[in-house]
Design a protein around this ligand. Sequence first.
Ligand code: GUN
Ligand code: ZN
Length: 428
Amino acid sequence: MTDQLLLGQTLRFSGDPFQGDVDAVVNISTRGGVLVRNGRIAAVGEADDLRRKNPQAAVTDHGNHLITAGFVDAHMHYPQTAMIASWGKRLIDWLNTYTFPEEMRFADRAYADDIAGRTLDLALANGTTTLTSFCTIHPQSVDAFFNAARTRGMAVVGGKTCMDRNAPDGLRDDAKSAYDDSKILLENWHGKDRISYAITPRFSPTSTPEQLEALGALWAEHPEVLMQTHLSEQLDEIEWVRGLYPEARDYLDTYEKYGLLGERGLYGHAIHLEPREIDRLAEVNAAVVHCPTSNTFIGSGLFDMAGMKARGIRTGLATDTGGGSSFSMLRTMAAAYEISQLRGIALHPAQLMWLATEGSASALHMSGELGSLNFGAMADIAVIDLTSTPEIAQRSNRADTLWEALFPTIMMGDDRAISKVYVAGRAV
Ligand code: GUN
Ligand code: ZN
């Protein structure tokens, strides 16, 4: 592969903009460049300098567009793509009315292939180069997702969703088959190309203690993989968990008791947490995932971003489609901004961009490998047009700083703002 030199404005982080001074960890070049070699970032710097030092490179000039790491969605459900924006329900009703009937369709491998490909194409159109997805209880839904990602060269995380109670006929496994099927899928797929397996109990209400225990045992055998689930999304759900697990100290304890709390655990939503749960998440260095469009769409509540960051809890950002109402991480950043505003804190555009790239990568334990323009990272890149619509352009054109130029796209942008996407250095 010949070297490529991408020119434009560049945005790169050398640290977490939630820790101290934003300007100290942000590197912006208004006429910058990214050198891509063998699918990885080989250098980032000033355009003229990189041109002079790399006369062999094929140059693509993106003008004033912003070159950034591709977005990393740390929690979503690809099987829910076709039922996004379903009206009028809250979590438990929404699952029973819309989600479970749709997930039933993934017994059909051809349908799973269709939706997996559609989802990844929608993600790429929105500048998202990595998805972390729940699949359905059907092992073939996992094969469909991973095959579609392989075809596209994408790094993805996924796993068979396990449920052995409180789900309809046709959508339940059992403790043993959940363990066996997850183990086979993990051993077949984890580490193949850019695929990562995640052990995936849906949430405590749809698993028996026996199933949680079996999956905890599998995680103990394979501590190298991630484990993804849901935690404390809605108050009704928490009440339900209390009834199902009367001996548990709190919701997180239902996972902890069965070996499902750990550093490679990804806990989606994590809105209504008890002090003990926050302490334990921090102590074990687990990650939580903020799903802002979902939390407003399903009416779940206001995630405490500042509280999580103050405790040093690694936090990813995610669409949670189809509970989330958008495939766009721009729209997701906008929702995160609005939710933080309701809690009295204005997140800086640098913090939003960091959450959507490096923050999510860090939640996935993939810092340095993806979600970054730093040397050595995979060249998964989004090129953003900062004047993609007339309403955005008229605001962006009077900006004095990159942040002022970018923020209208974060708040009002969509797939029209994504002018180019590269996956492992290859233009999509
Ligand atoms: N909790 C358990 N399953 C789900 C799901 O599919 N979506 C959301 N938003 N929450 C859940
Ligand atoms: Zn979810």
